[in-house]
Design a protein around this ligand. Structure first.
Ligand SMILES: NC(=O)c1ccc[n+]([C@@H]2O[C@H](COP(=O)([O-])OP(=O)(O)OC[C@H]3O[C@@H](n4cnc5c(N)ncnc54)[C@H](OP(=O)(O)O)[C@@H]3O)[C@@H](O)[C@H]2O)c1
Length: 242
């Protein structure tokens, strides 16, 4: 039982794809204001992000997991609940950006983007929902892309996967009306992360958003007052799409 004078424990936020880019920036930004469960495959990179959060006075638990495997999302949620007792918010950020013209997409790439960009966030959401529903106000943030609604040549499978992510997010939002769980979409435009090939020029990278810009948007969705649901937030480079 909590003493009347004891401040409530910070929120538990599960962030996928936290070993680099937007996910790592989000973890750093939320360090200190939440208890974080950080998920990715690369053990060392993930451990470094966890270390950074802890060194800045925050609390973080790393889970090394391949979310493209069908049985993994539920195990990740179980481990998070085992560690912190509940989940208040889920940031579905892990994603794969692979390019090929529609006529040349390899079926294994198509399959992997479907499993990681569409199925994994849905399975994580399913597993987390009973916990989110039990909280004062749960939030799901799905990191989509400007590509969900635009036609970028060479990105057909990726565009389709993000459009599918947004489609089920909208349905879920309707299914959860009247509950205390909100569903927000953050749709970034080009952002300077490892998702872009190493050959991407410095001049092109300079025109992109920074990972922290998108992290700020994610935090905004998470921190919106109970009287507001930020349904879809688009974060674009000021110069427009690349
Ligand atoms: N950068 C952009 O221009 C841009 C634009 C729009 C949307 N987005 C979206 O933003 C999100 C984050 O991407 P980013 O740009 O920050 O790229 P990133 O630095 O490559 O981050 C991707 C993250 O996903 C994780 N991940 C990849 N495959 C995984 C798997 N099978 N299981 C678990 N984790 C996995 C990676 O960690 P491990 O490799 O350690 O597993 C990494 O932490 C993605 O959903 C992406 O589609 C990015």
């Amino acid at each position: 039982m909590t003493n009347p004078g004891t401040p409530p424990a910070p929120r538990v936020i599960l962030i996928t794809g936290a070993s680099s880019g937007i996910g790592a920036a989000t973890a750093r930004l939320l360090a200190g204001s939440a208890r974080l469960v950080l998920v990715a495959r690369r053990r060392e990179q993930l451990a470094e992000v966890v270390r950074g959060v802890v060194e800045s006075g925050g609390e973080a638990h790393g889970i090394v997991a391949d979310l493209a495997e069908v049985e993994v999302p539920i195990k990740v949620v179980d481990q998070a609940v085992e560690r912190f007792g509940t989940i208040d918010a889920l940031v579905n950020n892990a994603g794969l950006f692979a390019t090929a013209a529609i006529g040349a997409i390899a079926s294994d790439q198509l399959d992997l983007m479907w499993r990681l960009n569409v199925r994994a966030p849905l399975l994580l959401t399913q597993a987390a929902l009973p916990h989110l529903r039990g909280r004062q106000g749960g939030t799901i943030v799905n990191v989509s892309s400007h590509a969900a609604t635009e036609a970028f040549t060479g990105c057909g499978a990726y565009c389709a996967s993000k459009a599918a992510l947004e489609a089920w997010s909208r349905v879920l939002r309707e299914e959860l009306r009247g509950t205390n769980v909100r569903v927000g979409i953050v749709a970034p435009g080009a952002t300077d992360t490892a998702a872009w090939p190493a050959t991407t020029s410095a001049a092109m990278r300079a025109r992109m958003c920074r990972p922290d810009d998108v992290a700020q948007a994610i935090r905004w969705v998470l921190d919106a007052p109970a009287t507001a649901s930020i349904d879809r937030l688009v974060v674009m480079p000021p110069g427009g799409a690349l």
